[in-house]
Design a protein around this ligand. Sequence first.
Ligand code: ADP
Ligand code: MG
Length: 346
Amino acid sequence: MAENRTELNQIGEFGLIERIQKQFSLQNPTSVLGIGDDAAMIDAGQDYLLVTTDMLLEGIHFDLSYMPLQHLGYKAVAVNVSDIAAMNGKPEQITIGLGLSNRFSVEAIDALYSGIQAACENYKVDLVGGDTTASASGLVISITALGRVAKDKVARRSTAKNNDIICVTGDLGAAYMGLQVLEREKQVFLTNPEMQPDLENYEYLVGRQLKPEARMDIVHELAEKNIVPTSMIDISDGLASELMHLGRNSNLGVKIFEENVPIDSMTYETAIEFKLDPITCALNGGEDYELLFTISPADHEKLKNHPDIHFIGHMHSNTQQNVMVTKQQTIVPLKAQGWNHFKSFE
Ligand code: ADP
Ligand code: MG
């Protein structure tokens, strides 16, 4: 047996998903799109029903020493809603799978669910079921979200066209820098519990890490302006990684310009303070939950004055060239670093 053993970190998360995908073919005509996008698409008559699952594990995705349970509940819903948004859909229902140990009190679970409730109200989704079980390894929250989109409005990862303009919402790298700040303050606290955490100057970054929002506002605005993105993905693993998904799935190359990548000044300054390159944080820092999408050049006029949508580059026909033009006008290849969770098994 030993000679047949392949370590998970040899193929990585994306490799593993591809491997699973290859082993299954869709049997039902209602299963329009299976594994490989932000959500699956199920034929529901006039609309597509969208289905997506995201799981958060204690010790991997969150640390309860700085993540309040209320925020965690909110975030667990928001990251699922974000995947529905990434299909240009509207979320409608969620179910929640919960793994718990007796380390948690009833009041702690109340706090978790008050965050879940706040997110349900904000995104107008209904909690319709789930499952609860004992867990030996801390808190586990797995949420499945169901959403809906009109058939001619769906935005997949694979449908970008040559010369389409690449757009990104909000700003990038802040959630990653927020995590760096929280980790630093945790270490300070562990060394000297008398020290109070110094988070005051980093409020925006910490907020982006602890309380991300799904960009449903953008989905609604695009609908109002009668724009259907030619492709879309949400930024959970980092801009570079998501750009590569759009390029690869659409069978095109991507070219972006460093000067157009939106980075908040607090992200920029804090990255420098941590001796990190701000653009690397924006490209490879995860958990921004902004939307990355492409539009036809014909739609640029309708969006060009939008304060929160940035035009960072364009799609092109050379699939071998996924590049960024730096501020110094040099061309560097984009690398899909993403978050390799299997690193923790090494
Ligand atoms: P996202 O970052 O948008 O949540 P993922 O990278 O987690 O997307 O997943 C990519 C695709 O792989 C999705 O279609 C997802 O449903 C599918 N997927 C992920 N893990 C599994 C798994 N263990 N079995 C089957 N499909 C999976
Ligand atoms: Mg996604």
